[in-house]
Design a protein around this ligand. Structure first.
Ligand code: FES
Length: 108
């Protein structure tokens, strides 16, 4: 069961390092990424245009938008360079056993 808005989105064992997985949480598209020993949840839509970030590549805890190349920090959602100037929302993640849970009702 979910609590405090946390919803199960994936099994921990199915996530591959630096390989985003697109999920929907309460109607919000979210990209789940395992990187550097942690699990991150970032809104799947680039802040520059309507592009799915989960189709981009992950490196050094950054997810890259494939269209124009802005990279967003998985920890903060902040872009490291143009053309995107606004951050993408990131969400809190909880691990319970093999379950990955995300809450989109609060931004972390
Ligand atoms: S659409 Fe993502 S950087 Fe332009």
């Amino acid at each position: 069961m979910s609590s405090n808005g946390f919803v199960r989105v994936a099994a921990l064992s199915e996530l591959e390092e630096d390989t985003p997985k697109r999920v929907e949480v309460d109607g919000v598209a979210v990209s789940i990424v395992a990187a550097e020993g942690e699990i991150f949840a970032i809104n799947d839509i680039c802040s520059h245009a309507n592009v799915s970030l989960s189709e981009g590549e992950v490196e050094d805890c950054m997810i890259e938008c494939w269209l124009h190349g802005s990279r967003f920090d998985l920890r903060t959602g902040k872009p490291s360079g143009l053309p995107a100037t606004r951050p993408v929302p990131v969400y809190p993640v909880k691990i319970e056993g093999d379950d990955v849970l995300v809450s989109v009702t609060q931004e972390s």
